[in-house]
Design a protein around this ligand. Structure first.
Ligand SMILES: C[S@@+](CC[C@H](N)C(=O)[O-])C[C@H]1O[C@@H](n2cnc3c(N)ncnc32)[C@H](O)[C@@H]1O
Length: 218
């Protein structure tokens, strides 16, 4: 039995060739991010994007909240899978990357489906909770220090049977390396233990990209 495969760049390309077609603007964002040096790592992987699209279509998701948008790859990818009346609310504090993302959304013709709320995500999440907004799916991909707070607030923003997806939960594999005791590895470890013991959600960790947890509110 093969326990798990190491996904090489070649294998990732093979998966890409046998999954959905990338939209030209998705390709443009990938090329743009490639030129950003170490920041390019911020973007979700292409395989994760395919998974999101399949997930959104399979669970009839219409309203998405994204916490952490960067230059817009994940939000554009999700928007392309949403139905005509679907919508994404994006939260990010970086004005420059948010402007870049907005330009890409316009170029792809999906700008009406996406709003970006600029500012600290926590403030905007609290506003959304106070305004009694509800989403079918929340994608958490911003600062790791606030993951637990984002998770708790996100739970207030979804109904039962709706989803929260969280990126980077395997933290380059460091979560199992006991010699790694830096701040962020420990934050992710604590977050994963917290989610495991949280009986408000069903959950599974998938080894896609940098590791993604899928939670369903019970
Ligand atoms: C990993 S990137 C998101 C990548 C994006 N989902 C993609 O796939 O391209 C994290 C983003 O979170 C944003 N961010 C970090 N801390 C934040 C905060 N406290 N409030 C709002 N946004 C924050 C950063 O500006 C950055 O754009």
């Amino acid at each position: 039995m093969i326990k798990s495969l190491k996904i090489s760049k070649k294998l990732e390309n093979y998966i890409a060739e046998h999954s959905y077609e990338l939209n030209p603007v998705q390709k443009e964002i990938i090329n743009h991010n490639e030129k950003m040096g170490s920041q390019k790592k911020m973007q979700i992987s292409v395989t994760q994007g395919y998974f999101f699209q399949f997930f959104i279509k399979s669970f009839n998701i219409k309203k998405v909240l994204e916490i952490g948008t960067f230059t817009g790859y994940s939000s554009l990818t999700m928007a392309l899978a949403l139905p005509k009346n679907g919508h994404i609310t994006c939260l990010d504090k970086n004005k420059t990357t948010s402007e870049i993302a907005k330009n890409f959304f316009t170029k792809a013709g999906i700008q009406k489906k996406i709003d970006i709320f600029l500012g600290p995500a926590l403030d905007n999440l609290i506003k959304l909770v106070n305004d009694k907004k509800k989403f079918d799916m929340v994608f958490i991909d911003a600062d790791k220090d606030n993951y637990k707070k984002y998770f708790d607030l996100s739970l207030k923003l979804i109904n039962k049977k709706s989803f929260i997806l969280i990126d980077n939960v395997l933290w380059h594999g460091d979560v199992i390396d006991r010699s790694k005791n830096d701040k962020f590895t420990n934050i992710i470890r604590e977050f994963n233990s917290f989610v495991k013991n949280d009986n408000r959600v069903e959950k599974i960790i998938l080894p896609l990209g940098d590791g993604i947890t899928i939670c369903k509110k019970v």
